[in-house]
Design a protein around this ligand. Structure first.
Ligand SMILES: Nc1ncnc2c1ncn2[C@@H]1O[C@@H]2COP(=O)(O)O[C@H]3[C@@H](O)[C@H](n4cnc5c(N)ncnc54)O[C@@H]3COP(=O)(O)O[C@H]2[C@H]1O
Ligand SMILES: Nc1ncnc2c1ncn2[C@@H]1O[C@@H]2COP(=O)(O)O[C@H]3[C@@H](O)[C@H](n4cnc5c(N)ncnc54)O[C@@H]3COP(=O)(O)O[C@H]2[C@H]1O
Lengths: 141, 141
């Protein structure tokens, strides 16, 4: 019986709230986005608009892929390309009342998941680190 | 009783073997390392020597941090800096007969772990994705 309880809990208590999450705006250019990623130390962050709605995800691999020229990496292009041109749009997301089980299944292939409300406003993220910590604690009960 | 069995299994059957793992050499420069990361799509890979011994880990955040100038990102420096100057050396590692429990605890704070033999030769990696897949399957028994 105990095994199932962890799967049914909702994720509300374990998300990192939006004010603690680094992000970029859809209208930013890739040079700015790369600077945010470099300074924050993260390899991917959510992409929002000025109403704090979720639009997608931008990562260093996506940005660097846009700089791959024929022979070398061409960084000069970065200021001329917008985040919305290369960001990953079709990302899975969670609602605050989604169960742990849904988050666990989606985190198999995603390092983190964005959490939104019914108007698609960004609430925060749920990371692999937090879910692994919960699972390790659960298995050591 | 069932809960503990998964923790005691050794990790041998779930690692990604070395021939499937992208890596760079200690003597490579950061421009080459960034190219390997960009083409492979990974954000961090192991650093080896020509004897296939493990020396550390190199990531896009570590490389980009080395390019942060006063005002902007200075990519010209990359070909003049060696991987061994910026790589993360003090990384946790696993042996093939280590238990799942040790891997789970270390993957809380590390996206992947390198696996080595007694001579520190690189055997492969164990990733968060694989361990989450195992845990999800275990909880759905
Ligand atoms: N400043 C820091 N301090 C301590 N540990 C750090 C760290 N930066 C990275 N890590 C460690 O490295 C893992 C991978 O980070 P990454 O940036 O690739 O991948 C991250 C990043 O893309 C995103 N993320 C996490 N926290 C974030 C935040 N506060 N703002 C924006 N994005 C975040 O979620 C992904 C998974 O994060 P998770 O925590 O599971 O896993 C993190 C964490 O264990
Ligand atoms: N080409 C691809 N195809 C499918 N999914 C991909 C992918 N590249 C990345 N991903 C997904 O993104 C996650 C984070 O990748 P990242 O490169 O930041 O972080 C990776 C990377 O640093 C390293 N890694 C994984 N496989 C590798 C390999 N074959 N060679 C070198 N490093 C590898 O281990 C970290 C964790 O990997 P994990 O699989 O848990 O988690 C991966 C995986 O779920």
């Amino acid at each position: 019986l105990q095994v199932y309880s962890i799967l049914k809990n909702d994720i509300r208590d374990i998300i990192i709230p939006s004010d603690k999450v680094a992000n970029v705006l859809v209208g930013n250019n890739l040079e700015h986005a790369l600077l945010v990623l470099t300074k924050s130390g993260y390899t991917a962050v959510p992409v929002l608009d000025t109403d704090y709605k979720l639009h997608g995800l931008i990562s260093t691999p996506l940005i660097l892929d846009a700089t791959l020229g024929l022979e070398r990496i061409e960084f000069e292009n970065l200021e001329h390309i917008k985040v919305e041109e290369v960001m990953h749009r079709d990302i899975p997301y969670l609602k605050l009342d989604d169960p742990f089980e849904r988050a666990l299944n989606l985190l198999i292939n995603n390092p983190f998941l964005c959490v939104v409300d019914d108007d698609f406003h960004f609430e925060g993220i749920l990371t692999r680190r937090v879910i692994l910590k919960k699972l390790a604690a659960f298995l050591h009960q």
